[in-house]
Design a protein around this ligand. Structure first.
Ligand code: THU
Length: 160
């Protein structure tokens, strides 16, 4: 039997420690929460994508009375970027979320379905995506690309 192990590392920063580019993306994600349509969960999520030419594309969660018809902030932004800027690689994603009490203390991470879309977006772009996840008690930065948050991922290569 062969035992294999993998490790994951990330950093937690104060806003003052973020680079100008990362802070800009976090602010765009916070701003994007204003576009959320979330009368059911009352949880407003904002996502901001950085493209390889510096363009920022934002999205927010869009809910529906028929619950599964809604979409997360991340996929709203990802599909919008895929449509508006085909061929441009996504290099970073910032996420912020707030409820009636304000922004979450801990960062939120993308749900499983969004991770799956992120994995394919990353493959298409050919560049690792940097994750900048905002929380009032610290912003989490994950640099390992999407494999770090979705190991053993199914993708187009799995069908070969
Ligand atoms: N949501 C997101 O938009 N992104 C996430 O990463 C987690 C959850 C949304 C979906 C739903 O509108 C609300 O948050 C509660 O789950």
């Amino acid at each position: 039997m062969k035992q294999l192990t993998r490790t994951l590392s990330w950093s937690v920063c104060n806003l003052e420690e973020l680079s100008e580019q990362d802070l800009k993306l976090v602010n765009a994600a916070k701003q994007a929460t204003s576009g959320s349509w979330s009368p059911y969960s009352k949880f407003k999520v904002g996502a901001a994508l950085l493209l390889d030419d510096g363009t920022i594309v934002t999205g927010s969660n869009q809910e529906n009375a028929a619950y599964p018809s809604g979409l997360c902030a991340e996929r709203t932004a990802l599909f919008s970027a895929g449509h508006m800027y085909p061929g441009k690689a996504v290099t970073a994603l910032a996420i912020a979320a707030r409820n009636d009490n304000g922004y979450t203390a801990q960062p939120i991470t993308p749900c499983g379905a969004c991770r799956q879309v992120l994995a394919e977006t990353e493959t298409r772009g050919g560049r690792p995506i940097r994750y900048i996840l905002y929380g009032t008690q610290g912003t989490m930065i994950i640099d390992g690309g999407t494999d770090a948050i979705l190991p053993f991922c199914f993708g187009a290569d799995s069908m070969k």
